[in-house]
Design a protein around this ligand. Structure first.
Ligand SMILES: NC(=O)c1ccc[n+]([C@@H]2O[C@H](COP(=O)([O-])OP(=O)(O)OC[C@H]3O[C@@H](n4cnc5c(N)ncnc54)[C@H](OP(=O)(O)O)[C@@H]3O)[C@@H](O)[C@H]2O)c1
Length: 230
């Protein structure tokens, strides 16, 4: 899709990757609704702040009513709690699933009729290398991103006849607040990831693999099954 004439809604656009995506969309000439659960924290020039908490159905409905000219939805908002699946706090596991899976699902359901009504467009889901790689220490987050990967594939098929493409962005660690505790040499620049994501939307890629980690992990999926340890 051409970004110059796009009308984009970016969730979690007040900081991190979402802020880079919103800023670069403005540079491309798109109209941008910078969605955030606290719109007063959006500090980007040239965007329209929009209140949207992806875990709050009413706020999603209202955002879709206001951004009635949208042609591009970027499901970027996400949380990482560090909860493990067996020993971790089940409320945190649910919060991760609510934000990272049900959030994009609810936003997609609300904005699909809007985008379709505007002649079609695109959805981008911000996923992770952890959609495909599931270490115990990040089990809950990985499960939510794996679910969002399945969501991306299934909604791609469901929305294609309605003129809406669905892309998924996969990346390892980025230099945002979410990965503040990760050493700098293990992170890629969020600005660069945002640029690759937008280029992928423009060329219509189903999956955008934005760093070496995501490319390696995707490739490893074809490895032969291993025996259980122990
Ligand atoms: N950083 C990484 O290493 C990494 C790697 C792979 C994928 N990702 C994914 O990249 C995306 C962006 O994350 P980031 O790295 O930019 O992290 P970040 O700096 O922590 O930003 C997270 C964003 O999500 C928003 N958010 C959280 N819960 C929300 C809710 N219920 N409703 C609306 N917005 C909500 C936050 O808003 P508030 O300011 O209100 O909290 C913030 O804008 C996420 O989907 C994340 O899972 C990150």
């Amino acid at each position: 899709m051409e970004l110059k004439n796009a009308v984009a809604v970016v969730t979690g656009a007040n900081r991190g990757l979402g802020r880079h995506l919103a800023a670069q969309l403005v540079e491309h000439g798109a109209k941008v609704y910078a969605a955030a659960r606290r719109p007063e924290t959006v500090d980007l020039p040239g965007v329209t702040p929009l209140r949207l908490d992806v875990t709050d159905q009413e706020s999603i409905r209202e955002a879709a009513r206001i951004a009635s000219d949208a042609t591009l939805l970027i499901n970027n908002a996400g949380v990482s709690t560090g909860a493990t699946l067996v020993g971790g706090d089940l409320d945190e596991v649910r919060r991760e699933m609510e934000t990272n899976f049900f959030g994009p699902l609810a936003a997609t359901r609300a904005f699909a009729p809007v985008i379709e009504g505007n002649g079609g467009g695109a959805v981008l889901n911000v996923l992770s290398a952890l959609s495909w790689f599931h270490p115990a220490g990040l089990g809950s987050y990985a499960a939510s991103k794996a679910a969002a990967w399945a969501l991306s594939d299934a909604t791609r098929e469901e929305l294609a006849p309605r003129g809406i493409t669905v892309s998924a962005l996969h990346v390892g660690y980025m230099d945002t607040d979410m990965a503040a505790g990760v050493p700098a040499d293990q992170k890629v620049a969020a600005a660069d990831v945002a640029a690759q994501a937008l280029s992928g939307i423009e060329t219509g890629l189903q999956e955008i693999l934005a760093d070496e980690t995501s490319r390696y992990v995707k490739q490893s999926l074809s490895a032969a099954p291993q025996p259980n340890a122990g």
